[in-house]
Design a protein around this ligand. Structure first.
Ligand code: GAR
Length: 212
């Protein structure tokens, strides 16, 4: 059975969704860069080994990433899943886990990489927003996309209501992406795009606001 290590920085709701998704792989550990990340308690309550590599204890990104890699490698994972892990990783770290490092981001990439994605989407008045699971490359928030979910942006949405709608979908698509990865269903083609083996395409369209 394949093994994954999950990296978190805070609340850990995506991590929790993965722990409860009955994935076809074992969750070897949850590692946080902050000792006070609430998600660590959730992981412990699920009986998952946890570790903390405090970024503040290291003089620079390179030293932190080296310590983080050491902690990860002790669990010999097949995949490393970033779940609200809010540190920018060095090119050396990303190269070490090439093809094994995945991330969930709260926008329909390539739109709204970076922070405050929901506020920025509301500010722009977009009608459709969402979330993305992708392989991590040195290009921040721009690796090959595995799966995306789109949600409507509603007229009276606030940052909170929109974030909650997107988060529900994050929890679903992250588990799906990891299920595919652990079952060897995802391949990278010559263009560097992530594609699924043996998968029917769905023809569903989201129109927002709806047609009358
Ligand atoms: C999630 O919305 C995740 O997509 C986002 O942080 C939140 C963490 O919540 N990640 C990023 O913005 C990464 N660029 P969680 O700790 O409850 O999973």
């Amino acid at each position: 059975m394949k093994k994954i290590v999950i990296l978190i920085s805070g609340r850990g709701s995506n991590m929790q969704a993965l722990l409860e998704a009955q994935l076809p792989c074992s969750i070897a550990a949850v590692i946080s860069n902050r000792a006070d990340a609430e998600g660590l308690n959730i992981a412990k309550a699920h009986g998952i080994p946890t570790a903390v590599v405090e970024h503040r204890d290291y003089a620079d990104r390179d030293r932190f990433d080296t310590a983080l890699a050491k902690s990860i490698d002790a669990f010999v994972p097949d995949f490393v899943a970033l779940a609200g892990f809010m540190r920018i990783l060095t090119a050396k770290f990303v190269a070490r886990y090439q093809g094994k490092l995945i991330n969930i981001h709260p926008s329909l990439l390539p739109a709204y990489g970076g922070l405050d994605t929901h506020v920025r989407a509301l500010h722009d008045g977009v009608k459709i927003h969402g979330c993305t699971v992708h392989f991590v490359t040195t290009d921040l928030d721009h690796g090959p996309i595995i799966i995306q979910a789109a949600v409507p942006v509603l007229r009276d949405d606030t940052e909170q209501t929109l974030a909650a709608r997107v988060l529900r979908e994050e929890h679903r698509i992250y588990a799906q992406a990891i299920r595919w990865l652990c079952n060897d269903k995802v391949i990278l083609n010559e263009q560097g795009h992530a594609i699924l083996r043996h998968r029917k395409q769905s023809g569903f369209t989201l129109v927002s606001p709806g047609l009358e």
